[in-house]
Write a protein that binds this ligand. Structure first.
Ligand code: SAM
Length: 403
C-alpha cells in the first residue's frame, strides 16, 4: 500500500549556513521531501506553513543541486515567525539567499490563508508541502482548496502524520494523517526502517473522483473553529470546483461543528459574572477566613473574586494564598488586591498574562472597577492554537455576542 522513498539528505547542508538552524522538519524528513523532488522533478511548488523558512531553504537548495528550474511559493498566515519573537516568517531563507542560485524563483505570500492567494499562484502546481496546525480542520481545508489547482501526477507532502504518537499534548494532531488515509492516490510513507513523521500522495484521477471522502472527514470533531470570514474564503473556492454532494457535506458538517465549537469558545474564553461561582461579597465574608478555607476545600477553583458592596472588584484570593496561609499560620487569609485585570474583554492582554505567568488561568475583566466576568485560558502549549483562538474571538467580538 505504501511506497518507500529513498532519502536524499544532501540539501540539508544549507541549514549549516544559518545562524540558528531551527527547523520543525527533521533531517530525515527533509531527506524524504528531497527524495520526492529528485524523483518527480516538479516545476511549480507550493509550501503552506513556513515558520522560520528552514524547510523552504532546504527545498531551494535541493532544486539547485538537482538543477531543476521550478517556481516556488511559500504561504503562511503569519508575517511574524511564531517561534522566534522579533523575526519575520521565512527569516532563515533570507539569511542564505546568496547561497541559492535559483532564489529569484521564490516568492513569499505572507499574512494570508491559502484561499486568499491560490488564484495568484494559479494552476499547474505539481508539488505541495502542507505543514500548518495539524489539528482539525487544519490542513484538510487547505488540501481541498489546492486540489483543483494541481496537475494530475502532482505530489502532496504531509508533515506531522504521526505527531499524535510523539507527544500526548498533541493527541489531537492528526489532520495530515486523515488526509493521507482518506485521499485516493499513490501513497508514500516510510515506516519500515524508521517510522518517519511525514507522508505523501501522488494525485491521480481517482483522487478527484473520490474526493467526497475528504469532505466527509470534516465530520470528525474539530479542535477549533476557524473565523467565519476564513471559512467563507474556503467555501468560495470549493463552490467553484466541487459538486453538490461535496458542498452538501461541507455545509452540514461545518454547521454542526460551528454549533458545538462556537459555544465552546465563548464559554471557555469569557465567563460572565453571572456564571462565576467564585464571586464572594465582602460584607458576607468579612474577614472570615474559615469561609474562604471551606470554599477551597469544597471546590477545585484556583481563585475566587471578592466583590464590594457596590459590586466593584475588591480583590482576589487564590489557592496559593491558602497554602501560604497554612505555612505561615496567619490569622487571616490575605485578599490580594494587586491582581492582574484587563478591561473591555481585551483577550490579547489576557493572553500576555497567561503566557508570562503559566500558573494563572483566569484573568478578571473589569470595567471601571466593576467585575464583568473572566477570560479563561485554554491550557495549551501550542502557539498555533492561540492564533486560531484569537481570530475566532475577534469574529465573536465583531458579531457583538460578547458585549
Ligand atoms: C509547524 S509550523 C511550519 C514549520 C515549517 N514547515 C518548518 O519546516 O520549519 C506552522 C506554520 O503554519 C502557519 N499557519 C498556521 N495556520 C495556518 C494556515 N491556516 N495557513 C497558513 N499558515 C498557517 C503558522 O504561522 C506557522 O508558521
Amino acid at each position: 500500500m505504501y511506497q518507500q522513498i529513498e532519502l536524499y539528505l544532501e540539501p540539508d547542508c544549507i541549514l549549516d549556513k544559518m545562524e540558528d538552524a531551527y527547523c520543525e522538519i527533521s533531517m530525515a524528513e527533509h531527506g524524504f521531501i528531497c527524495g520526492l523532488l529528485r524523483k518527480y522533478q516538479p516545476h511549480k511548488i507550493v509550501e503552506v506553513g513556513v515558520a522560520g523558512g528552514g524547510t523552504t531553504a532546504v527545498i531551494m537548495k535541493c532544486l539547485d543541486l538537482l538543477q531543476i528550474k521550478a517556481q516556488m511559493y511559500s504561504v503562511d498566515l503569519s508575517e511574524q515567525c511564531y517561534r522566534r519573537q522579533g523575526k519575520v516568517t521565512g527569516y532563515q531563507l533570507n539569511e542564505v539567499r546568496e547561497e541559492l542560485g535559483t532564489i529569484s524563483n521564490h516568492k513569499f505570500l505572507l499574512g494570508h490563508i491559502l484561499p486568499k492567494v491560490v488564484d495568484e499562484i494559479g494552476g499547474g502546481i505539481d508539488f505541495v508541502v502542507l505543514d500548518t496546525v495539524h489539528s482539525l480542520p487544519g490542513e484538510l481545508l487547505d488540501f481541498l482548496c489546492i486540489l483543483p489547482y494541481l496537475k494530475d501526477g502532482a505530489v502532496v507532502v504531509l508533515h506531522d502524520v504521526t505527531l499524535n504518537l510523539h507527544d500526548i499534548s498533541r493527541k489531537g494532531s492528526y489532520a495530515t494523517k486523515i488526509i493521507l488515509d482518506a485521499v485516493s492516490g499513490k501513497k508514500y510513507f516510510n515506516y519500515k526502517e524508521e517510522l518517519l513523521n511525514i507522508g505523501a500522495i501522488e494525485i491521480n484521477e481517482d483522487t478527484r473522483k473520490n474526493i467526497a471522502n475528504v469532505f466527509s472527514a470534516l465530520s470528525i470533531t474539530w479542535a477549533s473553529l476557524p473565523a467565519k470570514d476564513e471559512m467563507d474564503c474556503y467555501k468560495n473556492v470549493y463552490q467553484k470546483y466541487y459538486d453538490e454532494e461535496c458542498m452538501n457535506l461541507f455545509e452540514i458538517f461545518y454547521r454542526a461543528q460551528a454549533k458545538l465549537l462556537g459555544d465552546d469558545v465563548r464559554n471557555y474564553f469569557f465567563v460572565g459574572v453571572e456564571l462565576l461561582e467564585t464571586v464572594y461579597y465582602l460584607e458576607e465574608i468579612g474577614q472570615n477566613t474559615e469561609k474562604l478555607y471551606q470554599h477551597f476545600m469544597e471546590y477545585a477553583d484556583e481563585v475566587l473574586y471578592i466583590v464590594g458592596a457596590d459590586d466593584q472588584l475588591y480583590g482576589i484570593v487564590s489557592r496559593g494564598d491558602l497554602y501560604r496561609y497554612y505555612e505561615n499560620q496567619d490569622e487571616e487569609l490575605k485578599i490580594n488586591q494587586r491582581f492582574q485585570a484587563v478591561s473591555s474583554l481585551d483577550y490579547v492582554a489576557a493572553e500576555k498574562v497567561f503566557q508570562k505567568i503559566s500558573t494563572i488561568h483566569e484573568v478578571p475583566v473589569v470595567e471601571q472597577g466593576y467585575l464583568k466576568g473572566v477570560i479563561r485560558s485554554k491550557t495549551t502549549r501550542n502557539r498555533n492554537d492561540w492564533e486560531v483562538y484569537k481570530r475566532q474571538l475577534t469574529c465573536i467580538k465583531q458579531s457583538g455576542c460578547l458585549q
